[in-house]
Design a protein around this ligand. Sequence first.
Ligand code: MG
Length: 219
Amino acid sequence: MKFYRFKDGIDKEIAIGKLVCLARTYRKHAEEMKTFTTKEPLIFLKPASSVIFNNQSIIIPNLSKCLHHEVELGVVIGKKCKNISREKALNYVLGYCITLDITARDIQSEAKKKGWPWSIAKGFDTFAPISDVVIKKEISDPNNLDIILKVNNKVRQKSNSKFMVYSIERIIEFISNIMTLEPGDLIMTGTPEGVNEIKKGDVLKANLGKICSLKVDVR
Ligand code: MG
């Protein structure tokens, strides 16, 4: 079991639960993947065992020859919720973080062709680096947060959560109508455009505005 780390030394012990991830939530990313956004959100799950933290390393698995970075806003659930309306959704949020949805793109492309699940492409150990969590009250509007990823100090992805095709409230409403969200669950809200390959030795630095940051390397 892994536990969240909080910014500013907040002393809470909250285990990391399921990681509910969204796909195609930014129009320009859908376009670069030669696909389109959908009316209803597309979701998949990553295992909690894939989480790593600041200053740790993404390990390239033997089964893949092509890893991609996807920088994403993370939403940490603070209270159990089921069938929540979008009006009440943010009451159930504990805080936010910056995350990386590391993807074995070669395995995912093959799975897409065959109509197979993405669990292998998305589920390797170390494939979900997450920053320290910032408590909700520190963030006035989660639907307007800058999201930046630099690889080896060069900007690879730069966007803002306002460009998501669904609001955070809508995402929580949608997921909680399918599965109960529990304290410690993490929603990874999907990546903006600019996804690209990472290689051994690369250093990734992701930021959620000036609010929180994450640094990991690739081994
Ligand atoms: Mg993603």
